[in-house]
Design a protein around this ligand. Sequence first.
Ligand code: ZN
Length: 253
Amino acid sequence: MRPYILAETNWEALKDEKFDLAILPWGATEAHNYHLPYATDNYQADHMTAESARVAWEKGGKPIVLPTLPFGVNTGQSDVYLDINLNPSTQLAILTDIVEVLNRQGIYKLLIFNGHGGNNFKPLVRELGYKFPKMFISFCFFPGVLDKDLYFDEKGDHADEMETSLMLHLRPDLVLPREKWGDGASKKYKIKSFSEGWAWAEREWSKISEDTGVGNPHKSTKEKGERFFNDVTRKMGHFIYELCQADTEDLYE
Ligand SMILES: [Zn+2]
């Protein structure tokens, strides 16, 4: 029983406990190339938040990891079988209820750990910060924690070398054999402005990728996944510790 994982702990441990920070992992349920499980984002979020919280706990921080929310925004994959979409407005409703609990109970810091590229928490965090002025709400997205190019050879953003390597490290029992892996080839918009990053429109996933992957997984290894996982969680652990200790009335220098 890890005391910083809400799903594992109990009332005996919690009735006189006080946490500084709640961590909410948020994933998705969606196809990940041919070879990775639909809950890939959730497994990654589970393992990363648990290990980062352990690092922070051992430094003396008091975080509590809430259960992972398993559905994310998948509006661009409406025709991909059993990709489960949660609309952004539904995410806001869920988040509002969770923040209300924390606010009433005096846990005034929340970190949302985002494990899925389709989730976009910035507007939600702005709105909730405005409605709950005592709360300090932040979020992070793990692929940006470190420079992926220092860990992986192939670029990608879905079921790619990073995700396949992570799953080979975390849940090798759920990764299909190498000969089943698709190459994650994807199409780009003909309108170049979208590729330059300053203009945006949602991609229709089934039209840009045959195997649902974006990014070639073939150079993935469990060693790469382990190295990235350890470095990300060490850095995140320090961040979580800092958040736990932070005086939210005195954040700037
Ligand atoms: Zn993913």
